[in-house]
Design a protein around this ligand. Structure first.
Ligand SMILES: Cc1cc2nc3c(=O)[nH]c(=O)nc-3n(C[C@H](O)[C@H](O)[C@H](O)COP(=O)(O)O)c2cc1C
Length: 206
């Protein structure tokens, strides 16, 4: 009994330290970046920015012609790596994270193309992890972006609700993010992940 109590105390002590969150975001005109900055001030997380390999592109020029072209390529051949625009290399060790929060703009009711590239390559490694989705759009509803996330992270444990912040609401990101973290019971989710991790460790060690 004493051994069990000690083990539980160790497990609880370890809990705060072991659960980790990754925030991966892409932002073209900085609305998502501002949202992620607020998020980063409210939770402990590693944050990575996804950046297109080709710099200086204007996705909105000519009535969003380039953005449209990139999304059409993905839609036509979603299983082909060459359909996705190249992004800069990212340095992540995915297995250390319990939760991944994806933050991206909506483009033509879909997930912005560079974030889709990231998920095409890393989404399969997110199987079994809790997944949160944050989307910024001017006005369009975000169900298409969520569908893209689910297609690209087939084994993800998607935590509802998703957070949709319209570009006009970006200035209110701090309170919207705080309310969302409450809605998804973020603290409880992370404590539970930690406890699960510690329990598995204990079972393995005993
Ligand atoms: C190529 C492109 C397509 C877009 N399509 C839509 C759209 O269909 N509906 C919408 O509400 N907003 C659309 N937007 C606007 C963005 O979703 C919105 O400005 C968002 O806040 C951008 O986030 P960011 O500043 O982090 O890049 C589009 C923007 C771009 C660049």
């Amino acid at each position: 009994m004493k051994a069990i109590m000690i083990a539980m105390a160790v497990m609880l002590g370890a809990s705060a330290a072991s659960a980790k969150t990754l925030v991966a975001y892409y932002s073209y005109t900085n609305n998502v970046e501002r949202i992620v900055t607020e998020l980063g001030a409210q939770i402990e997380a590693d944050i990575i920015e996804i950046e297109p390999a080709e710099k200086g592109l204007d996705y909105a020029a000519n009535n969003y012609a380039l953005g449209t072209e990139l999304l059409n390529a993905i839609r036509t051949n979603p299983d082909d790596a060459s359909s996705y625009p190249a992004i800069d290399d990212v340095d992540i060790y995915m297995s250390q994270y319990d939760m991944v929060i994806i933050a991206a703009p909506l483009w033509w009711s879909q997930m912005a193309a560079p974030m889709q590239t990231f998920l095409f390559h890393y989404g399969p490694q997110m199987a079994g992890k809790n997944i949160g989705v944050i989307v910024s759009s001017a006005s369009s509803g975000i169900s298409g972006v969520v569908a893209d996330a689910k297609r690209l992270i087939p084994g993800g444990n998607f935590i509802e609700p998703n957070l949709w912040i319209r570009s006009s609401q970006t200035a209110n990101a701090r309170s919207l993010v705080a309310a969302w973290l409450e809605d998804i019971h973020y603290s409880r989710l992370m404590s539970f992940s930690s406890l699960l991790f510690s329990s598995l460790l204990f079972i393995n060690l005993s």
